[in-house]
Design a protein around this ligand. Structure first.
Ligand SMILES: CC(C)(COP(=O)(O)OP(=O)(O)OC[C@H]1O[C@@H](n2cnc3c(N)ncnc32)[C@H](O)[C@@H]1OP(=O)(O)O)[C@@H](O)C(=O)NCCC(=O)NCCS
Length: 177
């Protein structure tokens, strides 16, 4: 398996970002919106290549998560996908190794919204489901995001977390979590 490349969005050519978008469109079977892709930009990407072809993508971007009276600096993982014919070969694990190193080195915690099919993958790597109520800090104030409860996973990285407490994400267009 080729090593995973890590790079900030600013250091990726437009062609690589276009390839990443196409890969994620395929991996999510058309369920990746423009907002979803935009959420994956502005941080560090992990890219898996095979013979010059992009076959895996994941990224981590900074968000603020309110918890326990603090605005925690979160490394939020987005856009995790591996080409269907290259799965179960360790590519996603290698990309997450790279991003978890970034999370542990630069953030108070890691967080992500897990697709049902991927929850076991993250749990197997030490990510823990948030058990308490989730909300978003919207322009109209804090609003519950009950439909997301149970689907948000965190990677503790030094700051004590009460997984039964409240967790509130910052605002963005599209899916907030
Ligand atoms: C989830 C996904 C990224 C995993 O990619 P992958 O390269 O196949 O994962 P890996 O080969 O690195 O898997 C490493 C380990 O994670 C676990 N794992 C991976 N996929 C799994 C799955 N679908 N169900 C349960 N465990 C899984 C296994 O323990 C696996 O090790 P093993 O193959 O030795 O049993 C890939 O299936 C995918 O792109 N899915 C569609 C998009 C998606 O759902 N992305 C996640 C959004 S949150």
């Amino acid at each position: 398996m080729s090593p995973v490349q890590t790079a900030h969005t600013a250091d990726l050519d437009a062609a690589v970002l276009t390839a990443a978008r196409a890969l994620l469109d395929d991996a999510f079977e058309g369920d990746m919106s423009d907002h979803d892709f935009e959420h994956a930009l502005g941080g560090v990407h992990a890219l898996a290549w095979e013979d010059g072809e992009l076959i895996g993508h994941a990224s981590v971007v900074q968000r603020r998560l309110l918890h326990g009276g603090r605005a925690l600096r979160a490394g939020y993982v987005e856009g995790v996908g591996v080409r269907a014919d290259r799965r179960r070969r360790g590519y996603a694990a290698a990309m997450m190794d790279a991003l978890e190193r970034v999370v542990r080195g630069a953030y108070d915690l890691g967080a992500l919204g897990a697709a049902d099919e991927a929850a076991a993958f993250y749990a197997g790597r030490g990510w823990q489901p948030w058990r308490g109520p989730t909300s978003a800090l919207t322009p109209a104030g804090i609003r519950r995001t009950a439909q997301e409860d149970g689907g948000i996973y965190v990677l503790p990285a030094g700051v004590p977390l009460d997984l039964d407490g409240e967790l509130t994400c910052d605002w963005r267009d599209g899916e907030v979590w």
